[in-house]
Design a protein around this ligand. Structure first.
Ligand SMILES: Nc1ncnc2c1ncn2[C@@H]1O[C@H](COP(=O)(O)OP(=O)(O)OP(=O)(O)O)[C@@H](O)[C@H]1O
Length: 268
């Protein structure tokens, strides 16, 4: 089967600083200050064309970092991502320019994607209609609520008709009616054989929509497989996690970070 995404040994390192002074010193003498922090450590996965993959994991496990890397928004520190076709990311912080109006954002985004002026004029009304922003489309995006921004980002991305659609928590900020409409649109994409990555904390949406699940934990792949195999394991984990005391959670976290360090040490 033809691959839509091949992600190999991806790591993403950030620096954690103890304060502004340390951050500034690091600017002057790079690599000397701050503690290395790996949001992703040696993550590999592949998506076949038409795969619908859900990214799950508790807060901070690396889901958004990975989806941003696949979308080409954030560079990986090491490893490689090969994406076959045009991808579009829909995220809560949709990459919209705050000082521009909704309409200007539509035009800018489509121009950057290489659409002609005529094609932009043709697509604009359906984007505005899908986003339900008719009254507000000529207002600056900074005056929009997070739900309105997410609706605009979603409407632009689906109307661009990308080969690969990456949806990061975008359904969680809108109202139920918009989430339902968006899910319907995503199902239409699914039927048309598009590849999709879906990041969500909603197990219900994952079960309803995804075929495969990539479970991340401390920036590493905990499991990758069919939804009916991985979700029950994740649900069991969540139940245990909820019942853990803060001391038990800390021990679990420390063990995870230790595993991460061991995995990274094997790479070097
Ligand atoms: N720009 C950054 N600088 C430093 N650390 C970062 C940066 N972006 C993300 N991180 C850290 O990387 C880790 C993974 O973050 P990420 O947003 O990918 O997690 P997530 O699984 O999407 O979490 P959530 O479920 O809360 O959205 C977190 O510990 C986060 O603090």
């Amino acid at each position: 089967m033809e691959k839509a995404i091949i992600a190999k040994n991806i790591s993403k390192k950030y620096k954690l600083y103890s304060g502004t002074k340390e951050r500034l010193l690091d600017l002057v003498t790079p690599k000397s200050y701050g503690e290395d922090f790996y949001a992703l450590a040696n993550v590999s996965f592949e998506a076949e064309i038409g795969d619908i993959i859900g990214f799950i994991g508790i807060n901070g496990s690396g889901k958004s970092t990975l989806s941003n890397i696949v979308a080409g928004i954030v560079p990986e520190t090491s490893g490689s991502v090969q994406v076959n076709g045009q991808s579009a990311l829909i995220a809560v912080s949709a990459g919209l320019k705050n000082d521009l109006t909704g309409r200007d954002n539509i035009e800018l985004k489509l121009l950057m994607l290489g659409f002609s002026k005529d094609k932009i004029k043709e697509l604009e009304p359906s984007i505005i209609e899908f986003a339900e922003l008719e009254k507000f489309i000529d207002q600056p995006v900074k005056s929009y609520s997070s739900g309105m921004k997410s609706r605009l980002g979603f409407a632009i991305s689906v109307n661009v008709d990308p080969d690969i659609l990456i949806i990061d928590e975008a359904l969680s900020v809108g109202d139920k009616a918009f989430a339902d409409k968006s899910l319907k649109k995503m199902k239409e994409f699914k039927q048309r054989g598009k590849t999709m990555i879906f990041v969500s904390h909603s197990i219900g949406q994952m079960k309803e929509f995804c075929e495969k699940i990539l479970w991340l934990e401390y920036g590493m792949v905990k499991d990758f497989g069919l939804v009916e195999e991985v979700i029950p394991k994740y649900e069991l984990f969540l139940k245990e996690w909820k019942n853990m005391s803060s001391k038990e959670r800390k021990a679990y976290r420390d063990a995870g970070i230790k595993r991460q360090k061991e995995a990274l040490a094997q790479l070097t």
